[in-house]
Design a protein around this ligand. Structure first.
Ligand code: KG4
Ligand code: ZN
Length: 374
């Protein structure tokens, strides 16, 4: 296993990422190209636009990963690629590239589930982490609580019934006029440090549902109403029609004065909303994790760890609150470093390695397969 060298490719949403990882877990290179600037300009992910952005950089990103590792394609043992869930058009860009390399170098190919990769990367960063463990996976598109009993054996304890927590962070950031050239989560985390988390009364979602599912749509509405009710200079409606690219009309509503132009009083109000939102958003995670641990221990009494991964897990407040929850239950928290919590190629390469070692891979695709097969 130590001699394996696996390339991982990730293009499921708005980041184009590639990495090369050795079978022993050594990260030889890691490259992420973000579309954040584009998202900030157009107010969200449009699949066609994201596909084009991936197409523009995919070759460069993979080449850079090889160069940084001082390797060529011929040194690889296998190629791992995210096959879902995600935006179909975007996934195809990564899959096509993976098949191209695997075909030309006669390499096995491993299709990787994006959320499984978020969970398993914790086994790369924490080598002591054995199955079974509980994982809370929190990203922009999904919230999941799973009991990982073994590789490929996952019991779903809870999922989101509407919006994921990352989506709630992103929308709150947009409505508060934060700088979206990086994603909304880090911007809210930063602004929340200035605010009073008890100042705006938001109710915790799904209190009456004694399960492990999540809901953030209601909290989003509460935030929006709170912002509207503050009726300061926050709410000047500018409705702009942008065209990107030509013949791709997109209605882009940009309704909040940027934080950078806000008065100090206005800034304080926004910080209070950000802090209050974050407190309740995370309280919902805490409550669900507490119950999930209880459920998981009934199925697998030997569970010792809670893994928290996915983009939102890079948030320090989230980490410290969940650390309290696991301590109360005498478990240990395992959080990959922030750059491995947000979408990356390392988690895909590593999940590829874990599966490859169990004999789970596809044979090399034909070198001259037609373009439209994926
Ligand atoms: O896992 P990820 O990179 O992509 C998806 O699979 O969706 O997660 C992206 C999400 C975004 O919603 C982003 O705002 C959120 O993770 N995020 C954060 C932080 N960093 C990224 N949310 C809260 N605090 C952060 N520091
Ligand atoms: Zn993700």
């Amino acid at each position: 296993q130590d001699d394996l060298i696996v390339l991982g490719i990730e293009t499921s949403c708005d980041d184009t990422a590639a990495a090369i990882v050795r079978g022993n877990g050594e990260i030889l290179s890691q490259v992420v190209s973000s579309q954040a600037d584009l998202l900030a300009q157009y107010g969200g992910v449009a699949p066609k636009m994201a596909e084009e952005a991936h197409l523009q950089v995919i070759d460069k990103v993979v080449q850079e990963a090889l160069d940084k590792a001082k390797l060529t394609e011929t040194n690889l043992s296998a190629v791992a690629v995210t096959i879902g869930p995600g935006l179909g058009l975007c996934l195809r860009v990564g899959v096509r590239k993976a098949r191209e390399i695997a075909g030309s170098c006669n390499l096995p190919i491993i299709g990787v589930h994006h959320m499984e990769a978020h969970a398993l990367v914790a086994r790369l960063t924490e080598r002591e982490l054995q199955f079974p463990f509980v994982a809370l996976l929190i990203s922009g598109g999904h919230n999941l609580l799973i009991l990982a009993r073994d590789l490929g054996q996952y019991v779903q304890l809870g999922t989101t019934i509407d919006d994921a927590v990352g989506e709630a962070y992103d929308k709150t950031a947009k409505w508060l006029g934060l700088d979206l050239r990086r994603s909304g989560g880090p911007a809210i985390e930063e602004l929340a440090r200035e605010g009073d988390a008890k100042s705006v009364k938001f109710s915790t979602p799904m209190k009456q549902h004694k399960d492990c599912n999540f809901s953030y749509a209601g909290l989003k509405t509460q935030v929006r109403l709170a912002i509207e009710s503050k009726n300061i200079d926050l709410w000047s409606a500018i409705l702009a029609i942008n065209f990107y690219p030509p013949n791709f009309p997109m209605l882009c509503s940009n309704t909040t004065i940027p934080l950078s132009s806000a008065s100090s009083e206005d800034r304080r109000i926004r910080a209070d909303i950000a802090a209050s939102f974050q407190r309740v958003a995370v309280l919902h995670l805490e409550e669900r994790c507490e119950r999930a641990i209880e459920w998981a221990l009934k199925i697998e009494p030997s569970v010792k760890h809670l893994v928290v991964s996915g983009g939102v897990a890079s948030n320090q407040y989230v980490r410290s609150r969940l650390d309290q929850v696991v301590k109360k239950n005498s478990l240990q928290l395992v959080c990959p470093p922030p750059c491995l919590c947000t979408d990356n190629g390392v988690m895909v390469a590593w999940t590829g390695i874990e599966n490859f070692c169990m004999g789970r891979f596809d044979p090399p695709p034909p070198a001259d397969e037609p373009e439209d097969i994926v």
